[in-house]
Design a protein around this ligand. Structure first.
Ligand code: IPE
Ligand code: IPE
Ligand code: MG
Length: 247
């Protein structure tokens, strides 16, 4: 397995990887440390994963940073996560731009502080011209919310066409409409659930679950997931024989 690092060319690199970065709290608790330390270590794991995706020429990486349900956590932890998000954005803005990464935040940002909303807009604008990796951070995001907002916008669009149809569909209004649906979904931390992440977009993603806690995730873990992905036959409803004939 470890020779993966030297042979990424043989791998089938997914165009879009989506990750539920789970396990920060448990990582800290295992070390008798406050959960905050796990979240801070999680930021480092994210930075390494982004670097690996750039090296592997992945087109898009979508990461679940804060779910619409995570507001239910103790206020102190929510506050820490918000401050960490803001500080990380400010600290990494220049590096994102330098590495030709385009940042986009998806989710209902209206509940964030004005400082955080402003910082998101600033970094999105700063990196809008990048054509390398598209990094999508899902924050105050829920897959159900995404479908609801897409339905509202689609109905407004149809109304504006005064009865005509231009073929636009619900998927064209999802918050990830500008990138292809994820080829590979990774969840760290051992749970095998979606937790209201990209519900529509994951329809045909290959699912990969690992017990590794997010702060321990590194390039080798990513390559292991991609290696597993490379061994799958994606059939999209067709038979295996049909797919073999097309190859
Ligand atoms: C994921 O790690 C990060 C967020 C949800 C913000 P957790 O904080 O959920 O870690 P565990 O699941 O408690 O270990
Ligand atoms: C999912 O993790 C959300 C993020 C990683 C941001 P959770 O830890 O919140 O998921 P559940 O509550 O265990 O399903
Ligand atoms: Mg969790």
């Amino acid at each position: 397995m470890s020779d993966n690092l030297s042979t990424p060319n043989q791998l089938n690199i997914p165009k879009h990887i989506a990750i539920v970065m789970d396990g920060n709290g448990r990582w800290a608790v295992q070390r008798n440390k406050p959960r905050a330390l796990g979240h801070k270590a999680g930021v480092d794991a994210l930075r390494k994963t982004i670097e690996a995706c750039v090296r592997l020429r992945v087109d898009a990486l979508t990461v679940f940073a804060f779910s619409s349900e995570n507001w239910l956590r103790p206020a102190k932890e929510v506050d820490l996560l918000m401050r960490l998000f803001l500080a990380t954005l400010k600290r990494q803005a220049a590096s994102l731009q330098k590495n030709n990464i385009r940042l986009k935040v998806i989710g209902d940002c209206s509940r964030f502080s004005s400082a955080l909303q402003k910082s998101i807009q600033t970094v999105e604008a700063l990196t809008a011209g990048s054509d390398g990796l598209t990094l999508i951070i899902a924050a105050n995001y829920g897959g159900q919310w995404d479908i609801e907002q897409a339905a509202i916008r689609l109905s407004e669009h149809i109304k504006s066409l005064a009865g005509q149809s231009d073929g636009m569909q619900l998927k064209d209004f999802l918050s990830t409409a500008e990138v292809v649906d994820p080829d590979l979904f990774i969840r760290t931390g051992g749970e095998q659930r979606i937790s209201n992440f990209l519900l529509m977009q994951l329809a045909y993603s290959e699912l990969y679950f690992t017990d590794t806690l997010w702060p321990d995730f590194n390039e080798q873990c990513l390559l292991d997931a991609i290696n597993d992905f490379s061994s799958r036959q994606r059939r999209f409803g067709q038979t295996g024989e049909q797919i073999n004939q097309q190859e």
